[in-house]
Design a protein around this ligand. Sequence first.
Ligand code: HEC
Length: 126
Amino acid sequence: MIRLISLLLVLSVPALAETPEGDAERGRLKFGSCRTCHYPEQAVGHNNGPSLWNIFNKRVGSQPGFDYYSDALKQADFVWTPELMNVWLADPQNFLPGNMMMSKGIADAQDRADVIEYLKTFSEAP
Ligand code: HEC
């Protein structure tokens, strides 16, 4: 069901339908702006933002031990997929209005794909 919703969401936004292939090494560099607030390494934990360790297949707004989620994230009800991450990073305020992530996201589709590919490597099952 979640997959179906994310598919519909992606198809309904023409600019997002054509997702370029990501490159984790490029993504590592582009993740620099996110690193001010997020660590993806399991051992490091939370920063100003929640840890992004193993974020895919997790419910939004539910990283254990992060106490500063906005109601927008706490009340959202979906599981992170690469497709939804792409929509979130394209325009965070539009996707989940009222969120407290002080970031405009990533405007460039290739950059988004690279960062998503990088984040995928921080997972129990990469
Ligand atoms: C200024 C700090 C800051 C920056 C920069 C930032 N974030 Fe965030 N991020 C946050 C905060 C705070 C939250 C929680 C927002 C809320 O609860 O409304 C969040 C939430 C998230 C979530 C949802 C996590 C969950 O547990 O559901 C993801 C995914 C995410 N950020 C990815 C990124 C990526 C990728 C970047 C780089 C483009 C980035 N963020 C840049 C602070 C930041």
